[in-house]
Design a protein around this ligand. Structure first.
Ligand code: MG
Ligand code: MG
Length: 250
């Protein structure tokens, strides 16, 4: 069931999103060779709780951390650890917060130090595909319009589009209906209505689209070991416009 949000609820989700933006901007600035994903996770936990919010992923289905940190061939759901990041790697950071009962969800991928032109392009195209998906997320369109925009932009570059995981409704819970796939499948294709709040999140691989889950039962990696990128925004669909609630400068 898709829960449409009232303007008051959207305001509350906007507040949660503002808080998430602050934390993600700080985290992105901290990413450099030598820092560990555990360092980032501990910072995020302290910062989110100091701001009066709760890390929404921590304890969710027993996930052990505040952030998902996915390095190189890890697509999503990586568990923070003590290993130091090295120049040339790609880090994807995904974070959800709950603030006063409302949820927001956002993710970014960032190069650690310098990366190859090939990887820079993957990051740029994945970010662009998120923005194209958001452009298609207009009241009156359908979920598949978002999916098609993301898929077309990334697939046409020869990238693998991850299928088993997708975007979702968000706001009153961290994961709500509807699902927002990054490809056009045969699943439900509801019309987009004012009051829908969606997390749109392309997960795009430099190589093939196939993924598998590591023995930790969380980390999703590319089957061919190629680098993967992940960008995510929480957006609110309103009658006249769609607002990117987690938009930020960095
Ligand atoms: Mg997320
Ligand atoms: Mg999400």
């Amino acid at each position: 069931m898709i829960r449409l949000k009232t303007p008051q609820q959207i305001s509350a989700i906007r507040e949660a999103s503002q808080l998430l933006i602050t934390v993600l901007e700080e985290l992105e600035r901290m990413v450099e060779p030598g820092i560990s994903t555990l360092d980032l996770d501990q910072y995020a936990y302290k910062r989110i709780t100091a701001l009066g919010a709760r890390p929404a992923f921590l304890g969710y289905m027993d996930f052990p951390a505040s952030l998902c940190t996915s390095v190189d061939s890890a697509v999503i759901h990586g568990i923070p650890n003590k290993q130091r990041l090295r120049s040339g790697q790609v880090l994807s950071v995904d974070c959800g917060v709950e603030y006063r009962g409302y949820f927001s969800d956002s993710a970014f991928s960032v190069p650690v130090g310098s990366v190859s032109t090939e990887v820079e392009q993957l990051l740029r195209v994945t970010r662009e595909s998120l923005l194209l998906g958001i452009e298609a997320a207009r009241a009156g369109n359908r979920i598949n319009d978002i999916s098609r925009a993301v898929f077309h932009h990334t697939h046409s570059c020869g990238y693998g589009v991850v299928r088993p995981y997708c975007g979702h409704g968000v706001g009153l819970e961290i994961h709500e209906d509807p699902q927002v796939p990054n490809y056009v499948g045969r699943g439900p294709n509801p019309r987009l209505k004012p009051g829908m709040v969606l997390a749109i999140e392309p997960m795009i691989n430099l190589g093939g689209d196939d993924v598998r889950v590591l023995d930790d039962d969380w980390t999703v990696v590319t089957a061919d070991g190629s680098v993967s990128a992940h960008f995510e925004h929480t957006v609110a669909i309103m009658a006249e416009r769609t607002e990117i609630l987690t938009a930020r400068e960095v």
